[in-house]
Design a protein around this ligand. Structure first.
Ligand code: UDP
Ligand code: MG
Length: 314
């Protein structure tokens, strides 16, 4: 019997959260349709997460698991979840109950109306710190300017419902470096949005450090836009133009008033400024080249040690 609804949950050192999560999610799914499955992707946890998934599977066979060989990161775990989920609708969700599972009912209702994608948009960011809120706003502003035709919806996380059609489309994106928010946004399809209030973490602590969020933001920009590569052409042309005008002025002045020796401060600042700009330009190119390297290698995105509950290798 094929599952109707697959709930996909990446977990990394979440021994304290899994049972709380299942206790809340199972009755909700049961009420919608008994043909459900919960697929945990164990992202290289070093605590008892895997054992807890095993015990849960022994109690309830519709709880399944995929065990990674090491930690690959949430983005990768999420795409593995899409590979292994068998349902006609797939719902990625965090295990910490920050995405309240009660909203699954509304999502499924929209799906049954005929939408292929149901997004859950955060009504506010009250549960976030000021810093996270402001940097998130900045991120969405920047990416909104840069991603062209693909509009990345603001304040939409990974919590959503995807019809099988959308899942197949997503699986066709074979790139190694994955920015799921962007890929999710670029597939299109008939999309509905519900708003939800994000809760506090139920147990354990956040697995993300600020620098990881910074890297994620960088990944998002670099993987969805080539504008950072091109801006240097315009900058170079502008600077060269003013440089040329200034050079002509200086030559003229030297011809008229003779050699003018002072100028150490201005020379040094111009040199420092432009060396800095050149290094930034090189660094930006490096970001893209690094991605070319990793795409060309075509390494597997993740390695599976073991599966629990008969989920199938894609
Ligand atoms: N997670 C993961 N791999 C990682 C980091 C996190 O699978 O390397 C999972 C984590 O177990 C949780 C979800 O991703 O289910 C969201 O993580 P977290 O709650 O720490 O992020 P936050 O809510 O703080 O953004
Ligand atoms: Mg969380």
């Amino acid at each position: 019997m094929n599952p109707e609804i697959s709930v996909v949950v990446p977990v990394y050192n979440e021994e304290a959260s899994i049972d709380l999560f299942l206790a809340r999610v199972e009755p909700i799914l049961e009420a919608i349709d008994p043909r459900w499955e919960v697929v945990f992707i164990n992202d290289g946890s070093s605590d008892a997460t895997l054992d807890i998934i095993r015990i849960a599977h022994a109690r309830e066979p519709r709880v399944k698991g995929v065990d990674f060989s090491r930690n690959f990161g949430k983005e990768v775990a999420l795409s593995a979840g899409l590979d292994f989920a068998a349902g006609r609708a797939v719902i990625p969700i965090d295990v910490d109950l920050q995405d309240p599972p009660e909203y699954i009912v509304d999502m499924v209702a929209k799906w049954r109306e005929g939408f292929d994608v149901v997004l859950a948009k955060r009504a506010d960011r009250k549960t976030d710190t000021h810093l996270k809120r402001n940097t998130a706003a900045l991120f969405y502003w920047v990416i909104g300017r840069m991603s062209g035709r693909v509009a990345i919806p603001a304040n939409v996380g990974d919590f959503r419902l995807l019809d099988r059609r959308a899942v197949s489309a997503l699986r066709a994106y074979t790139e190694r470096e994955r920015f799921m928010k962007g890929i999710f946004a670029s597939i299109g399809f008939r999309t509905a949005t519900i708003t939800y209030v994000r809760a506090q973490r139920a147990a354990g602590e956040s697995k993300f450090r600020p620098w990881q969020l910074f890297n994620l933001a960088l990944e998002g920009i670099v993987s969805f836009s080539t504008a950072p590569l091109k801006v240097w052409t315009y900058l170079g042309v502008t600077v060269a133009f003013f440089g040329f005008v200034y050079m002509a002025l200086i030559m003229l002045r030297t011809l008229i008033t003779g050699v003018d020796v002072p100028g150490y401060a201005s020379l040094l600042s111009v040199t420092l400024l432009f060396n800095g700009l050149i290094l930034i330009g090189l660094g930006v190119q490096g970001e893209y080249i690094a991605r070319i390297v990793s795409e060309v290698k075509r390494r597997p995105r993740y390695l599976v040690r073991e599966t629990i509950g008969g989920v199938e290798q894609p």
